[in-house]
Design a protein around this ligand. Structure first.
Ligand SMILES: [Zn+2]
Length: 77
């Protein structure tokens, strides 16, 4: 009886973990054109992981300072 309870508990924890992992993946913004996890700062051109980038209106920046400075290079087409 105790073993059954533990198994049910494990199953519930596993389902919750699965759902949270899936929603975490679905929440990733797809506004950046590159499918890779790297983006390019529109101000200085440095490449950085998308998780560390600041995305404003679909344009990625390496830092808050460069986001405020705005895109400098003519990356727009
Ligand atoms: Zn930058």
């Amino acid at each position: 009886m105790l073993l059954r309870g533990v198994l049910i508990l494990l199953a519930v924890v596993f389902v919750i973990w699965l759902l949270s992992a899936r929603s975490r993946v679905a929440k990733r913004p797809r506004s950046v054109r590159q499918p890779e996890a790297f983006v390019r700062c529109a101000h200085c051109g440095v490449h950085l992981p998308r998780n560390d980038a600041i995305v404003d209106d679909g344009i990625a920046y390496c830092s808050e300072t460069h986001r405020l400075a705005g895109p400098r290079e003519t990356a727009e087409r």
